[in-house]
Write a new protein. Structure first.
Length: 280
């Protein structure tokens, strides 16, 4: 038996070759950044990009979110070909815009249009953080304003999903002006008796959170979404106090009366349909 023991071949762990690695299709698997669970991307997509292990809400593209909400074949996009210019001749700005257009296959950081949810028509805007971190430039403000005007003309609800790092610094004061322009359009919608539902996703910060994202008749958010104006470190340095661990999360804002509800992504469509049906 002793001889048999030493005669056995030892088994060693092998490192996959570069060829073996290349045989695994890119994007086949996704690792959850919170619980580190590895799952098939196809299964994650079926679950609306929500981790089945811990419930973490992964980011969605604009069109993925629209597909998860709007009845098939009913979405009509607005102003798809509108693109940003470089009014301040900001160094490398045009090159970065072009890079983002190729990377995301979007012309700007928001997609707007009209569709139906369980037969109820609505004008919808969805911001996309992949394009310039969803920053609010002139075109973003213009597309959102035009979408609001469409909602007024059609007498339909306006639904906006925000995801943004704030104002776009490469456009300076022209970017900041979008806060006033969109807010003014929303005031007009309100005076006409229109309905505005705002949903804040991760992250919604800066000038976007300080303007149109916070002006909904209903202000909703996805779980654990980061929502705030200035960064946590800047606030702590300014007030010289340590902030709560859950500060600027959707749950913190709900507890302090700044949100109406935190809505799980899988419940989002049903929630929106219920609100719209109440206001018909």
């Amino acid at each position: 038996m002793l001889r048999d023991f030493f005669s056995k071949k030892k088994k060693y762990a092998t490192i996959p070759s570069e060829r073996a690695k290349q045989e695994v299709p890119e994007g086949l698997m996704t690792k959850c950044p919170v619980c580190r669970t590895i799952m098939y991307t196809k299964e994650l997509k079926k679950n609306l990009f929500v981790c089945s292990s811990c419930g973490h809400h992964h980011r969605m593209t604009s069109y993925e979110r629209i597909d998860s909400l709007v009845d098939a074949g009913t979405f009509e996009e607005f102003d798809k070909d509108m693109i940003a210019k470089d009014p301040l001749n900001f160094p490398t700005y045009e090159e970065k815009l072009e890079q983002d257009r190729k990377k995301t296959e979007l012309n700007e950081a928001v997609v707007t249009g009209r569709g139906e949810m369980d037969g109820y028509p609505a004008v919808i805007g969805v911001m996309d953080a992949r394009f310039r971190m969803g920053s609010m430039g002139s075109v973003v403000g213009e597309k959102i304003t035009r979408a609001i005007e469409q909602a007024i003309d059609r007498k339909e609800p306006f639904i906006l999903f925000s995801a943004s790092g704030g104002a776009r610094m490469q456009e300076g004061v022209l970017s900041l002006m979008q806060m006033a322009k969109t807010s003014s359009a929303l005031q007009k919608l309100d005076k006409q008796g229109g309905l505005f539902i705002s949903i804040m996703t991760h992250p919604t910060t800066g000038g976007v959170s300080a303007s149109f994202a916070s002006l909904g008749d209903y202000n909703f958010a996805e779980p654990k979404a980061l929502i705030g104006f200035a960064g946590r470190r800047i606030i702590e340095q300014t007030i010289r106090q340590e902030l709560p661990e859950d500060f600027q999360t959707a749950e913190f804002l709900l507890k302090h009366g700044q949100l109406d509800r935190v809505v799980h992504r899988q419940d989002m469509k049903d929630t929106l349909v219920k609100v719209i049906s109440m206001h018909q």
